[in-house]
Design a protein around this ligand. Structure first.
Ligand SMILES: *Cc1c(COP(=O)(O)O)cnc(C)c1O
Length: 410
């Protein structure tokens, strides 16, 4: 993979159909500057950062610098960053670590109905182990109800875990406000910022965040590496046991190439945040205009304005998201559906149903998530391909025929 001083690219792509990738909330293509750094590190800096000689020192410096970059992106101190294997591990560590680390105060946790499964399933596991969890509902735009959150706080509440931007709808939660409420009541506040880290300005002090999860592969970095910010003084129980790495919170030999990749991805994100974001926003609005103009019986899911600049979630009545995905894939277009955002589950999305959508409408939804490499030409191709796919699927739908018949009668 890393022959001859640079990462050789496979040649086979020339024979493939041109593909349009609009699923950046699932994962992002590796930035080539990041790839170069990671490859260089894999080849040259194999040392274990825990060792005393020069190879160890070199590796240690890389880990140190990456930690500094990650910390500075969110206004944190270097010692407050722990490297993990990704967003899922960071979320598990935050939710379960805080719950078990503060058991003397109580066994009550607050989260929301629209969290990522990494948080939701961590909460479910706690429930089985004797904790109580309150899942705060959201409004029709997918925004957590602050009045309900206030009401849920009890003397034995140890943690509030509410995400920054939702991965399915892009709706941005009032995190500063939630942080303020948590601080007022003396409750620890964790937020999953996997979808916003490096895309939206975050400052852990201004936003009263005590713990924060991030992942490199949602940010044009490598997979299998992430970070957890833990505010100094927050009590947390470690979940795994071993050596002294990461203040014993997360033992195990450092994934140095991954850590380097996360640092580089964070550095590039900080550099490009504003310009890149605006470009993506224009493309997304172009796509939405095109869809609105050319397709009837649709609805936008998520907050119309307070939303991640790259995300567009739309329901198409009378069709199944899965068949739309396959129809679009035939055209080389890669998007996600509203069915739990996984390819192996047919449950309607818990996020969309929590917003009050019927299971049928939730099933007929698509998530377009754009990235900085998308172009106007790609978006225009989607705008002309999508209506035909939707029309073809609808023409096969008994529900749609019935609807047309009814309309003809009135
Ligand atoms: C992708 C994602 C995760 C999981 O991150 P991994 O690094 O893939 O484990 C967690 N939370 C949100 C909001 C995500 O989008």
């Amino acid at each position: 993979m890393c022959r001859g001083g640079s990462c050789a690219r496979p040649q086979e792509t020339e024979f493939k159909m041109k593909r349009i990738y609009l699923d950046h909330n699932a994962t992002t293509p590796l930035n080539s500057e990041v790839a170069d750094e990671v490859c260089r590190c894999l080849r040259e800096d194999f040392g274990n950062p825990q060792t005393l000689y020069s190879y160890g020192k070199d590796a240690r410096k890389l880990v140190h610098d990456s930690r500094e970059t990650v910390a500075s992106l969110i206004g944190a101190k270097r010692e407050e960053i722990i490297f993990t294997s990704g967003g899922t591990e960071s979320d598990n560590m935050a939710v379960r670590g805080v719950a078990y680390g503060n058991i003397n105060k109580g066994r009550h946790v607050i989260s929301s109905s629209i969290e990522h499964h990494a948080v939701l399933e961590s909460c479910r596991a706690l429930e089985k182990e004797g904790f109580e969890v309150t899942y705060v509902p959201v409004d029709e735009n997918g925004v957590v109800r602050l009045d309900e959150l206030q009401k849920a706080i009890r003397p034995d509440t140890v943690l509030i875990s509410i995400m920054h931007a939702n991965n399915e709808t892009g709706t941005i939660q009032p995190v500063s406000e939630i942080g303020r409420i948590a601080r007022e009541k003396g409750v620890i506040f964790h937020t999953d910022t996997v979808q916003t880290f490096g895309k939206v300005k975050i400052n852990v002090d201004e936003m009263n965040i005590d713990l924060l999860s991030a992942s490199a592969h949602k940010l044009h970095g490598p997979k299998g590496i992430g970070a957890l910010y833990i505010r100094k003084g927050i009590r947390l129980k470690n979940l795994i046991f071993g050596g002294h790495q990461e203040r014993k919170m997360r033992p195990g030999t450092h994934n140095v190439p991954g850590i380097v990749g996360l640092g580089k991805a964070a550095e590039i994100a900080a550099r490009d945040m504003e310009g890149g974001g605006n470009k993506v926003l224009l493309l997304r609005e172009r796509l939405w205009e095109g869809i609105k103009t050319n397709i009837s019986h649709i609805r936008l899911n998520g907050h119309p304005a307070v939303r991640l600049h790259n995300t567009l979630n739309v329901s198409f009545e009378f069709v199944e998201g899965e068949s739309l995905i396959l129809g679009l894939d035939d055209q080389g277009i890669c998007v996600a559906s509203g069915s739990a955002c996984t390819s192996d589950s047919l449950e309607p999305s818990h996020v969309l149903t929590a917003m009050g959508l019927s299971p049928e409408i939730a099933h007929g939804s698509l998530r377009f998530s754009l990235g900085r490499n998308n172009t106007e030409e790609e978006i225009d191709f989607v705008i002309q391909a999508l209506p035909k796919v939707v029309e073809r699927m609808r023409s096969m739908s008994p529900l749609y025929r019935e609807f047309l018949k009814k309309q003809g009668k009135t």
